[in-house]
Design a binder for this molecule. Structure first.
Ligand code: PBG
Length: 327
């Protein structure tokens, strides 16, 4: 005899019923859209490995950001590509740098759009590393503390230009606390720090390095980004950022790190974002273009999985499509 006391299917019999009992919801206000502003392009240039993603001029960026705002997306995450790169990443913290210019223009045109700036040196250094590098006969060394000083200057200059939130993605030790003190010292006490707290050394950043022109010219990022094999170490690193005053946390990449996302949210309870990175975007785009997966269904499923795993916010190159699909 079949025991029919428990019949989960009962709650799946209609769309209304399914929606009523749905545990996880995805909303447009949970999305953050990454954008690239370049000093070198006239209008816009599409990133070949990321169809639908562009490098924008400041003017074009503002136009696009207004459309983003109209779609209901509350925030963008901004990356800059300078005209010139040098050993000390001087365009990262120049008051006239491309991000600083763009932030001023954005805050004038769309004051209520939340502008989050990515704080890193890799787009600005001639060698493409996220910090200062010392070369010797034996190879090279990334200089942690000297890099942190420049990151503080970068974050402060973004905030002084009007950035609403600064997001350090460099992964140097001690940068969250140093940036917090730097901001406070300039009276920018209300600017939150959104830390890339668990950022793994991942092959899934490949297409981004084309978009941001930031591939390292030698070596790799293994000495400062995290080992994909280590979850406990990731928890220790996140704990340090929380102690240093991070207001929001980012876990990155997304799909291969849902377990990390879950642990971070459970353990720390801070507002947590997941960054679904360029490689995740590129692989699904490629499959969709071949007709191998249904892009809309796959993307919405992925976004729902991020929310289910604990993400309050999702940073995604699909933000504009998702906003449209959720309408
Ligand atoms: C800069 C930075 C990277 C990404 C965001 N900020 C690249 C890297 O660490 O090499 C990757 C984002 C993506 O792949 O979409 N440090």
């Amino acid at each position: 005899m079949l025991d029919l006391t428990h019949r989960p299917r009962r709650l799946r019999s209609s769309d209304f019923l399914r929606q009523m009992v749905q545990e996880t919801r995805l909303e447009v206000r949970q999305l953050i859209y990454p954008m690239f502003v370049s000093e070198k392009v006239a209008d816009r240039v599409e990133v070949s490995s990321m169809p639908g993603v562009f490098q924008h001029s400041v003017e074009d960026l503002v136009k696009e950001a207004l459309a983003v705002r109209r779609s209901g997306i509350p925030a963008i995450l901004l990356f800059g590509l300078p005209q010139v790169k040098d050993e000390s990443a001087s365009q990262a913290y120049a008051p006239t740098g491309v991000v600083q210019q763009a932030v001023r223009a954005l805050k004038t045109a769309a004051p209520d759009l939340i502008v989050i700036t990515d704080v890193c040196l890799c787009e600005y250094t001639s060698h493409g590393h996220c910090g200062m590098v010392e070369k010797s006969r034996h190879g090279y060394r990334v200089l942690n503390d000297a890099s942190v000083e420049l990151l503080v200057q970068t974050a402060v200059s973004h905030a002084e230009a009007g950035a609403d939130i600064v997001a350090p993605s460099d992964m140097m030790d001690g940068r969250v606390g140093a940036i917090r003190r730097g901001l406070d010292g300039r009276g920018l006490t209300d600017v939150p720090v959104m830390s890339y707290a668990a950022k793994f050394c991942s092959a899934f950043y490949g297409p981004f390095r084309e978009a941001a022109e930031s591939a390292p010219q030698f070596g790799d990022r293994r000495t400062y980004q995290m080992d994909p094999a280590n979850a406990l170490e990731a928890m220790r690193e996140v704990a340090i950022d929380v102690e240093e005053g991070a207001d929001l946390l980012i876990v990155k990449p997304g799909l291969p790190y849902l377990d990390i996302l879950w642990r971070v949210k459970e353990r720390f309870g801070l507002p947590t974002a997941v960054y679904s990175v360029s490689g995740e975007y590129a692989m699904l785009k490629a499959a969709a273009r071949n007709g191998w997966v249904d892009e809309k269904r796959a993307v919405l499923e992925m976004m729902t999985a991020f929310r289910r795993a604990g993400a309050d916010l999702v940073i995604t190159y699909w933000a504009r499509d998702v906003a449209r699909w959720l309408e």
